[in-house]
Design a binder for this molecule. Sequence first.
Ligand SMILES: Cc1cc2nc3c(=O)[nH]c(=O)nc-3n(C[C@H](O)[C@H](O)[C@H](O)COP(=O)(O)OP(=O)(O)OC[C@H]3O[C@@H](n4cnc5c(N)ncnc54)[C@H](O)[C@@H]3O)c2cc1C
Length: 423
Amino acid sequence: MTASSYDVAVVGGGPGGSSTATFLANGGLRVALFEREVFPRFHVGESLMPAVMLLLEQLGAREAVERAGFQVKYGAMFVDEETELSQTFYFLPGQPWPDYSYQVPRADFDTMLLDHARARGVTVYQPATVETAGIDAAGVTVTAATAEAPVVVRARMLVDASGRDGFLASRTGRRARIPNLGKVALFSHFRGADRLTGKEEGNIRIYVFDAGWFWWIPLAGDLTSIGAVVHAKTVRAWTGSPEELYADMIRRCKSVAAGLAHAQRVTPVHRAANFSYANSPVIGDRFVAVGDAIMFVDPIFSGGVYIAMRSGQLAAEAILQAFRDGRFQASRFAAYERRVRRGVAPLFRFIHKYYEPAFFDLFMHPRNYLGVYTAVLNVLSGGSFIKMTWRTRLSLAIFFGLARVHTWLRRRAGLPIESRLEW
Ligand SMILES: Cc1cc2nc3c(=O)[nH]c(=O)nc-3n(C[C@H](O)[C@H](O)[C@H](O)COP(=O)(O)OP(=O)(O)OC[C@H]3O[C@@H](n4cnc5c(N)ncnc54)[C@H](O)[C@@H]3O)c2cc1C
């Protein structure tokens, strides 16, 4: 069998894979992308950060997304069911990204991005499941199973954008679970759920309750995505079906139950377990990983799609440079890996801290003391992965410092301080 020849082979056609492929094709490389599923296909992860809009612009796909009729999202509402405290954050104007984003059925959004990659010249094999990728000194040989004969492709670089499958890590590396984030998500779509009006209509809502938290994502066309993120021990203790557990969680979270009182579930209940992990290696001779193939930490701040697309952009920059220099050793991609880790660090710190009552308290009572509020919104919009000014860093340091003082005050007052991650 003769192998077709490309510059880069990409495994996976989610937002990470299609963005990397488009940026590479825009840079003049010949790219082959393999996607296992027929699109449109269901995927979790529907709420986008505003900085996604900047990437869509740079990809040349923003106009098409703006015209697609997705639900606009201007902010996020956090509700503590225990204290009935609620706080809405609106994305700030005057940033390098707009003050809004979209809530998207991923089936449609991912199809648009993959079609856009095709339109930019990427060769898409679909449905085609990559089974082997042999890396040698001169390049990589990729074999994919399709409905007809297997496809063999020869390329000079490989991009692993296979998402949670972690194509390379599961074959040649390892996956480390992240302690205490062993949660289970149960989710589906409803029709006829309560709807806010005006600017609030598209806000994502996060309801924190005793067994975990819910996302409430209003989609266009009267659809609402409702997801329960439940502590693993609640799931272990449950003897019924996942559907019954999901219904029970809805009953236990009164705001969600009230909002769904007249709604109908219109999709099956999907399940994702133990979704927090870090894969290795992230780079190597002639390969880089992007998006969920690197790691995934927790969806509380809706960062996954943005991280996948932004890491795709940075990976493409590193690969284009490697082609210019004609050198593809792992050391060429070390700066890419550092950049990704630095970019996601503030967001991951927020995610871990979010579960601490002292931090959550401050988060729910925001004040723009020394730019703290602006800095928090910068991170929640995806800005920490673009450029962190010294002012933003300082404001975040102040915020985390205040959280430490608050923990100390709570301890003295005999209030709970342990992370909700330990529940
Ligand atoms: C419970 C939960 C809620 C979430 N909520 C949000 C949210 O609100 N907002 C947000 O931004 N993110 C959210 N995320 C995260 C988001 O879903 C992911 O971060 C995002 O999809 C990552 O994109 P990706 O391109 O890296 O991977 P994916 O989107 O998973 O794409 C990988 C693709 O690779 C294909 N593939 C895999 N193996 C092969 C193979 N061997 N050959 C060919 N193709 C292959 C798969 O079919 C898939 O289409 C959530 C995640 C979870 C678990």
